[in-house]
Design a binder for this molecule. Structure first.
Ligand code: IMP
Length: 439
């Protein structure tokens, strides 16, 4: 029997439970109303969190999705890789949209960037794109994420704190480009990048971002000590985790909720709830195995109805039925306590809805989600069919979920072993049914 009782927690970590694009932006915005701080802890501007606020659609790539709540502080933790150019554009877009709420002065007291964040350089983006075009193809977003995390691990990275020191920055960029320019010229046949120009460009970014750069580790520690409500916002999804995802078709960071500690420098409190977000169906963008993918007309219809086009790259997303085997694995490896089920409205009007309940390879059932992407690409999914729903609600009601949708949700809960705390039926801020108050 699943426990549907919960005392709202002081700390919540929200992560994607599929291959990203589960609709986390809207969910973070929903819970952020109750939070004192919203904190990003991994990934970079490969993420695109879409929010529909007062009839306008906003896409955030780096700024935490809590920014639309004026009393909430937003922190970009040290585990995030920051492209300063993109961040400055994002800040400018907010200021242009509403100069009162998002004036630079107001944002300066609300947005904090860890001085330890690694910086994505133009050369990282060139390398990411060159590898995609000329070497093994992962289908990356070409935002320089992988090359930046590589430099972090090889201890050659440039951090936000370096942008504030002109001579140190020039020295580090020169050193960085010795290796990269060699690859550009000799391996990829590309023009070299000028160290002087690159250093001057990033020095300028440093001047603009300087008022936002802070010791966020300590700021968070104090907030936690003072029992502030903290929301940690994950990017991508568990199945894109560099270790536990469908390697090598993954991103370069850890996308599991445990990373909230590493990517911010504080231990999350013991009463923290881990919440995974999944769509009522599945999508994937980029290459890699996708057992329940619908090819052809069925997939196209789902894509059009769900508006499944990448918020960062505009790429059409691959679409398919919900994969419960993969979702159960995500619950297990992510230690998830609750699930949020999004976009249930996209399946409205289908007479039958399907979900994958087991995998087989050459007629032999697989007992667990495989770590080998080649094996995963060969599996045959077994489906269970559910009667569809015409509307997400009982006629005339907005609080009661349609009976068939409720049975679908109950089946999911029983299969994955954790309760669904919230389900959503549209992009709008209020199109949600909260079933359990977790935060
Ligand atoms: P990268 O993170 O740009 O290196 O891309 C690696 C893989 O992760 C590719 O398949 C991308 O499509 C995927 N990916 C990265 N970020 C996101 C995201 O926010 N949503 C969905 N897929 C993503």
């Amino acid at each position: 029997m699943l426990n549907h009782q919960q005392t709202p927690s002081q700390t919540i970590v929200i992560v994607g439970a599929q291959w990203g694009d589960e609709g986390k932006g809207k969910i973070v915005d929903y819970y952020a109303e109750r939070a004192d701080l919203v904190v990003r802890f991994q990934g970079g501007n490969n993420a695109g969190h879409t929010l529909s606020i007062d009839g306008k659609t906003h896409v955030l790539h780096l700024i935490p999705s809590g920014v639309f709540h004026e009393n909430t502080k937003c922190i970009i933790g040290s585990g995030v890789v920051v492209d300063p150019k993109v961040l400055i554009e994002e800040i400018n877009n907010l200021t242009q949209w509403n100069a009162d709420k998002f004036s630079l002065n107001k944002l300066k007291g609300r947005l904090f960037l860890s001085d330890r964040c690694h910086v994505i350089l133009e050369s990282h983006k060139i390398l990411d794109a060159a590898r995609e075009e000329r070497q093994s193809k992962i289908g990356t977003t070409k935002r320089g994420i992988g090359p930046c995390y590589e430099d972090r691990a090889s201890r050659k990275g440039i951090r936000l704190l370096d942008l504030k020191d002109k001579s140190r920055l020039a020295e580090k960029i020169e050193d960085h480009l010795k290796e990269k320019n060699f690859l550009f010229e000799h391996l990829y046949g590309l023009p070299q990048v000028s160290p002087e120009k690159l250093a001057a460009q990033y020095e300028e970014y440093g001047k603009i971002l300087s008022p936002f750069i802070a010791d966020t580790q300590h700021l968070l520690y104090e907030a936690k000590t003072n029992r502030k409500k903290i929301l940690f916002e994950g990017a991508q999804g568990i199945l894109l985790d560099v270790d536990y995802g469908t390697y090598p078709f993954v991103t370069s960071s850890r996308t599991l909720p445990h990373e909230a500690s590493n990517g911010t420098g504080i231990r999350v409190s013991q009463d923290t709830v881990y919440v995974g977000v999944a769509k009522a169906y599945a999508t994937r963008v980029g290459d890699g195995p996708f057992p329940t993918e619908l090819i052809g007309e069925e997939g196209n219809q789902l894509r059009e109805k769900g508006r499944e086009f990448g918020a960062t790259t505009g790429r059409p997303r691959r679409c398919g039925w919900l994969d419960l085997v993969a979702l159960k694995y995500a619950v297990e490896v992510g230690g998830l306590d609750y699930l949020v089920l999004t976009k249930t409205d996209v399946l409205c009007g289908s007479s039958v809805v399907k979900a994958c309940v087991s995998y087989e390879v050459s007629d032999t059932p697989l007992s667990s989600f495989p770590g080998d992407a080649t094996l995963l690409s060969k599996i045959t999914p077994t489906y269970r069919s559910f009667p569809g729903w015409e509307s997400c609600h009982e006629p005339g009601s907005h609080g009661t979920i349609d009976r068939n949708l409720a049975s679908y949700i109950q089946y999911i809960e029983n299969f994955i072993g954790i309760p669904v705390c919230l389900s959503t039926y549209g992009p709008g801020r209020h199109e949600n049914v909260e079933r359990i108050s977790v935060f």
